[in-house]
Design a protein around this ligand. Structure first.
Ligand SMILES: *Cc1c(COP(=O)(O)O)cnc(C)c1O
Length: 377
């Protein structure tokens, strides 16, 4: 099989409109954070029914700003799933705080009230709960728990744009919800992120913090008719998105409904072809955007997970291991944690099959064929 024919695990969906939008941004002369970033924030917050959106350089910086705004600092504990991309835990370390790993539910791969409760101590300040692979968290009981215990809830919605919980978009009611626009997710700006919040004052502070703590944005100074001098109200960061990225994002946002619909079709075809296996799926109260289509191999499956990935690769198909477990990585060696049996099983025995907007049904049938052959060997 030639490399060229390889089916990728994921591929962004772009058309001429994205190329034109980027061209327009470049020719406008304004390429750093400016009017297109402001328009993208407004459009995305509107589409996700949220009060305010703050565009940022990526989702990791959005999560970090969430912790800063929540007042999490040195020695505080933050409950996070180990089963997540490592950024979820790393941002806690960036604040000199302590990530406390909680286990997840086998079917949703998400934290639950029960797993979070077991990880709480008097030092817990916040919880970062992930809508893993786009599968919506069971948010209401978790929000109630955090409210009762005086904890800040930060939603890591990196993968969950277009997913719904109880009929509303994920992130719509959040105090803090962080989204990613990396190409591995659905809607992409190359690199990029957004923090949604229901509090306009937090949004205003986030906009200052992303721009070195400046009280006036570059765009505001540019438009001012009189001399205006900025001041620096607190120590901030450079977490800005560029107008070139926002130009891409504005076009991509128009494709969101179609992206989600196509992925849901492809996921239904996988589910039909792989009966009896535990896979990514909707939850009792939510619908997923199928950012990743994961499959858990049962104990009696004849091949190991890594052998399955090798088999796929031999047939020109790029799979991936399932969601990683941060506590098993060298960066977290020696970091204390309670037993995480479900996390370890999912990390060891699950894999991700290709799913993306332009995946053809013929290619998907090829993937299914190789996968089910692996189950017979
Ligand atoms: C991708 C991802 C991130 C990081 O997003 P970036 O935009 O690459 O910083 C954080 N959390 C989760 C769960 C992710 O999947």
């Amino acid at each position: 099989m030639k490399q060229l024919d390889r089916i990728p695990v994921m591929r962004p969906w772009f058309g001429e409109a994205e190329a034109e939008a980027v061209r327009d941004a470049v020719l406008s002369g304004w390429v750093a954070q400016g009017p297109r970033v402001a328009a993208f924030e407004k459009a995305l917050a509107g589409r996700l029914e949220a009060r305010a959106g703050v565009a940022l350089s990526n989702c990791t910086t959005a999560l970090h700003l969430g912790l800063v705004l929540a007042g999490v600092g040195p020695g505080d504990e933050v409950v996070v799933p180990s089963l997540s991309f490592i950024a979820t835990a790393n941002v806690v370390r960036h604040q000199q705080a302590v990530p406390v790993f909680a286990d997840v539910d086998l079917h949703t791969q998400n934290l639950t009230v029960e797993t979070v409760e077991r990880a709480l101590t008097p030092r817990t300040r916040a919880v970062i709960a992930v809508h893993q692979a786009g599968t919506p968290l069971d948010l209401d009981p978790l929000s109630d728990l955090c409210r009762d215990r005086g904890l800040v809830l930060i939603e890591d919605a990196a993968c969950a744009i277009g997913s719904q919980y109880r009929g509303r978009p994920v992130g719509s009611q959040a105090r803090f919800a962080a989204f990613s626009f990396h190409p591995r997710k659905l809607l992409t700006t190359g690199e990029g992120g957004m923090l949604l919040t229901d509090d306009p004052e937090l949004a205003a502070r986030a906009r200052r913090l992303r721009e070195h703590g400046m009280d006036l944005s570059a765009a505001e100074r540019h438009q001012g008719e009189e001399l205006v001098l900025e001041s620096y109200t607190e120590v901030g960061f450079n977490y800005r998105m560029t107008d070139v990225q926002a130009a891409l994002g504005l076009v991509q946002l128009e494709r969101l409904d179609a992206m989600v619909a196509r992925r849901r079709e492809l996921a239904a075809r996988y589910q039909k072809a792989l009966p009896g296996l535990l896979t990514a799926a909707d939850t009792a109260d939510g619908t997923t955007n199928y950012q990743s289509f994961w499959v858990l191999l049962p104990p009696d499956w004849p091949r190991s997970r890594n052998d399955m990935l090798r088999l796929l690769l031999e047939h020109g198909i790029s799979g991936r291991r399932g969601i990683m477990a941060a506590h098993t990585e060298p960066a977290y060696a020696g970091h204390p944690h309670a037993p995480l049996p479900v996390t370890e099983r999912l990390a060891a025995d699950s894999l991700i099959l290709p799913i993306y907007h332009e995946l053809s049904e013929a290619d998907q049938d090829r993937i299914i064929d190789v996968f089910t052959t692996g189950g017979r060997a």
